[in-house]
Ligand binder design. Structure first.
Ligand code: URA
Length: 294
């Protein structure tokens, strides 16, 4: 078992190192055997199945992104796949973070100060996913460290958790700016656009598959729509659990996702906090969390 896990972790490492699409065809077999894979076949690594297609830049620099839904041709049902141990998860996330830090798949790669891969407990039960780094996150290379982050920290503490116990990441890994020529400006944040989200999608999907939390909390409509793959309004998506299905990876075990308000929206509309708290209490009830002690 230990050997097979080490082998699988090695496979995942090679996957992350593969820069060219054809290198991603099959990491579990010698390259000369790769041509026998069918176009939509996926490869399974330590509970992570990786679709073979990756985003491509077309000649005119318009991004063409194809992310076929994982078609699990594997004979091993996801539920039977071994979970990654803490060391393997840590290595896989570190390798992924290195790839993210040098990513130039979309134009945000040229204007960021620092990529913000995400951070936290690799064995977290709860993973919070925001939309993308802002001014402070771009400077520090860490997620949710500005004003919205301070509120998120309070929400996490109120649940009876702590920042070190959860995993925090974003859909977009680089700072989307309204005026990219002036990254020094405050108030220069915007939501990632569809192209940027499509480019970054495989990173958050891989992070979720590696950590494999029990619950993902999508913060705000960008994260909710992207991960629930539903264009409905946040109002329609929040307040209930959805089964999480990812496009490019197979989850080792079922993960539930709950959408709630983004902390930045709560700062602007404090009267929404009551509903956000109700959402978070749904996760707390499932995990038997009693909340912060008074
Ligand atoms: N807003 C986000 O969505 N993510 C961050 O990391 C910070 C602010």
């Amino acid at each position: 078992m230990a050997d097979s896990l080490r082998g699988l972790a090695g496979d995942f490492k090679r996957f992350l190192a593969a820069q060219e699409e054809d290198e991603l065809l099959d990491i579990s077999r010698p390259r000369e055997e790769q041509s026998v894979l069918s176009p939509d076949q996926v490869i399974t690594t330590a509970g992570v199945s990786v679709a073979k297609t990756t985003p491509k830049m077309a000649e005119n620099s318009t991004l063409t992104v194809e992310f076929p839904r994982a078609n699990v041709a594997s004979s091993t049902p996801a539920a039977e796949e071994p979970a990654m141990n803490k060391t393997d998860k840590t290595h896989a996330l570190e390798e992924l973070a290195q790839v993210i830090k040098t990513c130039t798949r979309c134009p945000l790669g040229a204007t960021r100060l620092n990529a913000v891969p995400g951070e936290g407990n690799v064995n977290a039960d709860v993973m919070f996913v925001g939309e993308g780094p802002g001014f402070d996150e771009d400077r520090q290379g860490r997620p949710f460290v500005g004003r919205a982050g301070q509120l998120l920290d309070k929400m996490i503490l109120a649940m009876g958790l702590a920042r070190e116990k959860v995993f925090i990441a974003n859909i977009a890994k680089c700072h989307p700016m309204t005026d990219p020529l002036h990254p020094e400006k405050h108030g220069n944040d915007r939501a990632p656009n569809a192209q940027e989200i499509a480019c970054c999608r495989k990173y958050i999907e891989q992070q979720i598959a590696i950590v494999c939390p029990k619950y993902v909390v999508a913060l705000g409509s960008v994260a909710a729509k992207a991960l629930i793959s539903d264009a409905s309004s946040l109002g329609a998506l929040r307040g209930k659990f959805h089964n999480l299905h990812l496009d490019s990876v197979e989850l080792p075990k079922p993960v539930q996702i709950l959408a709630t308000y983004h902390p930045a929206a709560l700062l602007r509309n404090p009267n929404w906090k009551k509903d956000a708290w109700k959402d978070l209490q749904m996760v707390m009830d499932q995990l038997g969390l009693k909340g912060a002690r008074k």
